[in-house]
Ligand binder design. Structure first.
Ligand SMILES: [Mg+2]
Length: 149
């Protein structure tokens, strides 16, 4: 049986913080850049993220899902996250997208997330790999954990 791996989106697959910061500088009067239509759709993929996830997807050993909490005050985030997955991966992978505010409800073996609490990560029954931490600073560290290279 394959292991179920959940991958967070913001600051794990896509550069939410970078875009947010850049937008605050270019449009200082906008307090919440994430409310601008197109914000979520146009986020830049983080280095190595798409390649690494595609590597895991083709392995029988893993069943990969994207598990992201919505930006609930920004209804477009739901649609744009779906569009982002198709644009940066493929249509097939949109079927693996789960948008949920409580990640602790999902059953699985691994959750790769830059936050270890706040959206149910703290009650996730599997192992949480803390993306951006000293142990898992980037996608090559994550890949090493799963495929040893
Ligand atoms: Mg995140």
């Amino acid at each position: 049986m394959s292991m179920i791996v959940y991958v967070d989106m913001d600051d794990v697959l896509c550069d939410f913080t970078g875009s947010h910061r850049a937008c605050r500088v270019s449009h200082p009067h906008i307090d919440y850049p994430q409310s601008i239509p197109g914000f979520f759709e146009n986020l830049r993929p983080l280095d190595g993220a798409v390649d690494a996830v595609n590597q895991l997807r083709i392995l029988e050993a893993f069943e990969v899902y994207v598990l992201t909490a919505p930006s609930t005050r920004n209804p477009l985030s739901y649609t744009e996250k779906r569009i982002w997955i198709e644009q940066n991966f493929d249509y097939e992978f949109t079927k693996q997208l789960i948008i949920c505010s409580n990640k602790g409800l999902l059953k699985g073996d691994y959750l790769i997330d830059d936050n270890i609490q706040g959206k149910g990560q703290e009650s996730f029954a599997g192992q949480v790999l803390h993306f951006g931490s000293a142990e898992f600073p980037n996608w090559s560290a994550i890949l090493k954990e799963f495929v040893g290279s």
